[in-house]
Every structure is written in structure tokens, then in C-alpha cells.
Design a protein around this ligand. Structure first.
Ligand code: PAF
Length: 264
């Protein structure tokens, strides 16, 4: 069934939409994204649909969570394509605030991520999780969903958001959705679009190396330019690597391999 997806650009329109759902006792689920939607996001929307009668996808490329201006500027953006992709995906509304709506001139209050932000991404991307929890807190207050779905690819982010929701008493159920992969095992990511065929071929080795219990040396030997970390985090082996100047992350269940020397 093809569903009409409303694109909402300002808070008043968003509140009217959410108010209409509440007035008919429809639960609302939010899928926060930074756009460039792919099959991984569609899986998040399916998980949201299983929890609520009304599904809102947000698209906002959040400047506060980027460590480098170049990375922010090159992040893929395609709002029209995203709106088209959301048709027929079980989404009812696309919340696409402008930069000025999200961070009006003079705004100064931010949220500081908690203990779950320490290590791994928190070490390699200082301030990143503060930017994430700031925008997620704002999205939660704007949409006021009953539940929100996040991908397990960003395993540490999921823990950071859960911790914020618990510590700041947001009345929102946080759901993690399993990683979607291509046939070669590459975790779907908007950043994959930035890679050449050769870069993709290297990227596709990441998952196999992690599943085999490989560490930083093994990742370098299959063509990655740099390894930020490979390590254990809450039952998963998590890794961040670079290829063609693009940073990719992934994680796999810890099958009990001891991590080789050089992993961190
Ligand atoms: O995972 C993402 O795409 C982003 O970090 C999020 C949660 C949408 C916040 O900008």
C-alpha cells in the first residue's frame, strides 16, 4: 500500500500532526536519521511500525555531532529523494527541520552525554556524543514519541541514548534494530555512498575480519588505511576504520575470541 507521507518543516506543523495522532489515541514512534535513506533506515521504519500506529522519520544533518567541517559538508544530503523513499515504507510523516528551527540564532543550551560515551567513539570523536544527545533530546521534545528506534550499527550511540533517556527521565521506549548488511556483509551506511568500487571492496572485508576475531593488524593487512579501534563493548566487538578517507564503523557479537594484540 502506498501511504501519503507529510513533510513537516516547522514546529507548529509537527505539533498539529502529533496532536492529531494523540487525539485518536494513536501511538507515535520516531526514527531519527540524518537522511540519505537506505535499506537500513527502512528496516528501522519497519521496527517503528510494529510499535506504533503513527511513524515519524526525522531527517536532520546535525552539525553539533561532526568533528570536522569537511565531514559535515560532504555528508550526503537528498531530502527530495528521502521523501520519495519514505512513500510506501510505512512512514506517516517526515520531520525535516531547517538549521534555524533546530538551532535558532543565539541558542546556547546543550546536553552532555554520560558515562556510556567514554572510550571508543567518545575518545576518537571528542564532543560527538554531546552533539548526538543534544539533538536527540531536542527531537524527543519536538516529536514527543512513545518510542524511538535506533540502529544497532551505532552500538555505543544506542547505549548513550538509553543512558540519557534513563537519567533524564524521558518517557520514551528506546528500541535497537539489528544491523542491515549487503550480500557481502557490509553494514549499510549513508557513508558507503562516498566510496569508489575499490573502496567498497575493502569496506566489505570489515565484517569478515571482525567475525574471524581479527584485530587492527588484520584490518590494516586487508587494505584499511587506519584503524581507530577494535575492542569489546557490552558484548560486542566494535570497530572503526578508514578507507578512502571515509570512516566506517561496525560491530559483531563477541563469539568469545580473545582480541589479538594491537586491538584497542
Ligand atoms: O544515528 C544517526 O543517524 C544520528 O546520530 C542521529 C541519531 C539521527 C542524531 O543525529
Amino acid at each position: 500500500m502506498v501511504r501519503a507521507v507529510q513533510t513537516l518543516r516547522d514546529i507548529a506543523a509537527l505539533r498539529a500532526f502529533v496532536g492529531a495522532q494523540r487525539s485518536t489515541a494513536r501511538r507515535v514512534a520516531l526514527v531519527p536519521t540524518m537522511g540519505a535513506l537506505h535499506a537500513g533506515h527502512i528496516a528501522l521504519l519497519r521496527a517503528a511500525r510494529a510499535r506504533a500506529e503513527a511513524v515519524v522519520a526525522s531527517v536532520f544533518v546535525n552539525p553539533l555531532q561532526f568533528n570536522e567541517v569537511r565531514d559535515f559538508e560532504h555528508y550526503p544530503r537528498d531530502l527530495e529523494g528521502d521523501a520519495a523513499r519514505l512513500r510506501d515504507t510505512g512512514c506517516d510523516a517526515l520531520w525535516a527541520p531547517s538549521d534555524a528551527t533546530m538551532y535558532p540564532e543565539g541558542h546556547s543550551v546543550t546536553v552532555r552525554a554520560g558515562r556510556a560515551a567514554q572510550g571508543f567513539e567518545g575518545t576518537h570523536r571528542p564532543g560527538h556524543f554531546d552533539g548526538v544527545v543534544t539533538v536527540v533530546a531536542k527531537l524527543f521534545n519536538q516529536v514527543q514519541p512513545d518510542s524511538a528506534v535506533f540502529g544497532e550499527k551505532d552500538w555505543q550511540q544506542l547505549a548513550v541514548v538509553r543512558e540519557m533517556v534513563q537519567d533524564l527521565n524521558f518517557p520514551i521506549e528506546i528500541c535497537g534494530a539489528p544491523i542491515e548488511r549487503d550480500q557481502a556483509g557490509l553494514a549499510l551506511s549513508s557513508r558507503n555512498a562516498l566510496l569508489s568500487e575499490e573502496g567498497l571492496a575493502v569496506a566489505r572485508r570489515l565484517n569478515a575480519v571482525l567475525r574471524a576475531g581479527g584485530g587492527a593488524e588484520d584490518l590494516l593487512s586487508v587494505g584499511f588505511e587506519k584503524v581507530d579501534y577494535v575492542g569489546l563493548l557490552a558484548g560486542r566487538v566494535v570497530a572503526a576504520v578508514w578507507v578512502e578517507g571515509v570512516r566506517l564503523i561496525d560491530n559483531v557479537e563477541n563469539a568469545g575470541h580473545p582480541l589479538p594484540a594491537g586491538s584497542r
